[in-house]
Design a protein around this ligand. Structure first.
Ligand code: URA
Length: 203
């Protein structure tokens, strides 16, 4: 079964984990992606946010949440009274998965398969063990299922802190879902309300 486990150095700090992740071949996604996009942020962050996977812009720049979804996330964090610079941001899957459009020009995001999420999980577990955040925030269903289990339903359980395997975890929608929502303002307000729960939990 595909797994990153044998690539994760034991007892490593975030810098060493990042270096090792750059050479991960735990599943086949490294073949088409430009690079590994590892998590980013202070090792003593109180909040750790988990996205799905890097997008096109992240894949080229090598940093999480620096594209359109990242801009929306930045705005919402600031509006909720949270400082992005103090948060640790990462993704459930560390490589960009995509298909090419008919002309072979545009790279179109493709959702990771469950097996790819599972294969990548050792990296997220290593990040969690190192950062030991007070709260884990799952952005969207892929992150929520990765952290809270495959039967987790974001629409039913979003916006409240749950205790899971000794950690406080909360799930909300993905910032990309806000961008795609038919009623964008309503989706954004809901996202913001969930992030305000995050801020209150950290007080
Ligand atoms: N979407 C994600 O889930 N993660 C990123 O880093 C960028 C977009």
């Amino acid at each position: 079964k595909p797994s990153a486990a044998s690539f994760v150095p034991e007892g490593a700090d975030l810098a060493a984990l990042r270096r090792a992740a750059a050479g991960c071949r735990g599943c086949h996604l490294y073949e088409d992606a430009t690079r590994t996009v590892f998590g980013e942020g202070p090792e003593d962050a109180r909040v750790l946010l988990v996205g799905e996977q890097p997008g096109d812009v992240e894949d080229r720049r090598g940093e999480p949440f620096v594209g359109p979804a990242g801009r929306l996330l930045d705005k919402a964090l600031a509006e909720a009274g949270l400082d992005r610079a103090e948060a640790y941001l990462t993704n459930a899957v560390k490589h960009f998965k995509f298909t090419l459009d008919a002309r072979g020009k545009r790279r179109i995001h493709k959702s990771p398969a469950r097996g790819e999420v599972t294969a990548c999980l050792p990296w997220l577990h290593a990040e969690l063990a190192r950062v030991e955040p007070d709260l884990v925030v799952c952005l969207g269903a892929v992150a929520a299922k990765a952290v809270l289990g495959n039967d987790f339903k974001v629409t039913e359980r979003r916006g409240r802190v749950e205790r899971h395997e000794g950690r406080d975890v909360i799930a909300t929608i993905h910032p990309s879902a806000v961008l795609r929502a038919p009623d964008r303002d309503e989706a954004y307000q809901g996202f913001l309300a969930d992030l305000r729960v995050v801020r209150e939990h950290l007080e």
